[in-house]
Design a protein around this ligand. Structure first.
Ligand SMILES: Cc1cc2nc3c(=O)[nH]c(=O)nc-3n(C[C@H](O)[C@H](O)[C@H](O)COP(=O)(O)OP(=O)(O)OC[C@H]3O[C@@H](n4cnc5c(N)ncnc54)[C@H](O)[C@@H]3O)c2cc1C
Length: 542
């Protein structure tokens, strides 16, 4: 992973000429950004932890698992939001941890938390480091130092129960490796976010991630049936049955808790059979409104595809749903519908919300082709025009490649960032307008694109991509826009995050969403589980 950018350097992408023209003509990008700092020139403060602290930490995990090198510290600085990358490109290593710890077991994690609590050392749980909400930059104030607790060594698939279709896995498993290990058993999680190449299972649970195939496989939090968590106050082992009426479900308190209550050290996850057949296709609608009604109808009446997304007019025109061919867009609004399931026979099983008897499952169309025909009939009835499988193949081919363009855009002098939210169907048009207006008001002639990325019976999520010319300090420029968007989302009744999480960037808006009693509950839980406040200070809890 690039330390100041995204992904595998070998997959770095040049800007296509049509995008360069667009930046120049439409957005007024005239000057390339200042060149990115070299690794050697990143400014780091001296290690704040004393030799005695480092020795005590090494007593728990071993010397080689306590790393204080420049390389280790820089590679654990911040996450991968655009402001994170802009700061790293500027050589700003001020958020670097003093040390990186690599525990090898639950017991080592628990012992480290006890030691750090006693010595007032702040702890940042670190999975794949792909947070885009400032979830990895802890506050130092009042602490002897900050350590990144990298879970990379906790990377085993521990057990597979094919009768219950439940596996137990460790949190540091990266998604591709998890899929590789599961595939040996003919299984899949079906969780494919755009950060798939680097993010970990623990990070997915801690940030309530949602993948591109969520219509068929559910969100990651739908997949978690059990969690083991180490906290400074002791261990939690949650989830012993598929559903339970035994009081409030404490798993829900840990899902999305972004490391502020404890460290997830094992996950029990619902899995599915690897699909034998996958078909992705495109449809065109005349307007975003029309397409939205069609997606709502599919979400409420079925049959539901496995992948379902609708680009608005601007995103379709730019061609963002075809990441390997951006700039080659078309008119109208593009729908990508994907169907996954056994080569023949029943489709991918019901998601949690699609219990037998729900509209989506009561459809007679249960095979991939049957569901495709059934959903196609709905899309056609709602005014959609079939485009065949070519747009679906283009989307599938480039589904993880769009983030690689961001580095080239930043270098060219444009800021590109994403914003996501969700709301009920009836509130969606207002939410869409509110976010667009906030961005158009806060930035000078930005390009604002949007797609519906995840659908539910009651509503959907909106995912915006914004591109604007860098003016002055690009971090400050983006922070002003972000503040305006956060306020607009709250005022329009949307949630501040559908799947990126809260981190530092959404903390105040999350507090507004929760209200004062909700905030007090969060603080009370934090005080019980982490009385010295060492876990991810400054993140999530207002
Ligand atoms: C290019 C790009 C594309 C993205 N696309 C998507 C997408 O399609 N869908 C989506 O949902 N998200 C997406 N994200 C956001 C991000 O990938 C997710 O939030 C993901 O869940 C983070 O996983 P991670 O392993 O990288 O966690 P990290 O970034 O390392 O950590 C995330 C948060 O969880 C905490 N944490 C990590 N591991 C643990 C643990 N074991 N126990 C307790 N706390 C822990 C961290 O302290 C931090 O606060 C994208 C990000 C990028 C950069």
């Amino acid at each position: 992973m690039l330390w100041s950018g995204w992904g595998d350097p070998a997959k770095a992408r040049e800007l296509p000429p049509q995008i360069r023209e667009l930046l120049h003509d439409l957005l007024g990008v005239r000057e390339p950004a200042a060149p990115a700092a070299s690794f050697e020139s990143v400014r780091l403060a001296p290690v704040a932890l004393s030799p005695a602290h480092l020795a005590a930490l090494a007593d728990v995990v071993g010397h080689e698992q306590v790393q204080t090198s420049r390389a280790a510290r820089i590679r654990h600085t911040r996450g991968k939001s655009t402001p994170d990358l802009l700061r790293m490109r500027a050589g700003d290593g001020s958020a670097a941890p003093d040390a990186v710890l690599l525990p090898g077991s639950h017991d080592e994690v628990a012992a480290l938390l006890r030691l750090c609590a006693a010595e007032r050392i702040a702890v940042v749980p670190f999975g794949g480091g792909t947070s885009v909400v400032g979830g990895l930059a802890a506050s130092r104030s009042g602490f002897a130092g900050v350590v990144a607790l990298d879970l990379a060594r906790l990377d085993r698939l521990v057990s597979v129960d094919t009768e219950s279709m439940v596996v137990t896995a460790e949190p540091g498993l990266r998604a591709p490796e998890a899929e590789r290990l599961l595939e040996r058993h003919g299984l899949t999680l079906g969780h494919f976010p755009q950060s798939y190449e680097y993010a970990t299972l623990g990070g997915f649970a801690a940030a309530r991630s949602s993948g591109q195939a969520s219509a068929g496989y559910g969100r990651f939090d739908d997949m978690v049936v059990g969690l083991t968590v180490a906290t400074p106050s002791g261990d939690l082992d949650l989830g012993r049955a598929p559903k339970s009426a035994a009081g409030p479900d404490l798993r829900q308190l840990l899902l999305g808790s972004e490391g502020v209550f404890g460290v997830i050290t094992a996950l029990r996850l619902r899995v599915r059979r690897v699909p034998g057949r996958r078909v992705y296709e495109g449809w065109r609608f005349g307007s975003f409104r029309e397409g939205t009604v069609a997606l709502r109808t599919l979400a409420q009446e079925g049959p539901l595809p496995t992948v379902l997304r609708l680009s608005d007019e601007t995103e379709t025109m730019i061609g963002l749903a075809r990441p390997d061919d951006i700039g080659g867009g078309s008119s109208g609004c593009l729908v990508i519908a994907g169907y996954e399931g056994p080569a023949d026979g029943p489709a991918d099983g019901p998601t949690d919300r699609q219990e037998a008897g729900s509209p989506a499952m009561s459809s007679p169309a249960t095979s991939v082709e049957g569901r495709r025909a059934g959903a196609g009939a709905v899309l056609a009835r709602m005014g959609g025009m079939p485009l065949g499988t070519e747009p679906g193949k283009a989307w599938e081919h480039g589904r993880f490649s769009a983030p690689y363009l961001r580095d080239s855009l930043l270098a060219a002098g444009a800021t590109v960032e994403t914003i996501e939210t969700a709301g009920f169907w009836s509130a969606l048009p207002r939410l869409y307008d509110a976010v667009r207006l906030a961005l158009l008001g806060a930035l000078e002639s930005p390009l604002v694109m949007c797609h519906i990325s995840h659908v539910y019976e009651t509503g959907a999520s909106l995912y915006f991509t914004v591109v604007t010319a860098q003016k002055g300090d690009p971090v400050a420029q983006w922070e002003r826009a972000k503040e305006a968007v956060n306020a607009a989302i709250v005022a329009a009744g949307g949630t501040i995050s559908h799947h990126h999480g809260v981190g530092r960037d959404h903390r105040e808006a999350y507090a507004a969403e929760l209200g004062p009693v909700g905030v007090d509950i969060l603080r009370a839980v934090k005080a019980r589980l982490d009385p010295s406040g060492i876990l991810n200070p400054g993140i999530l809890v207002p």
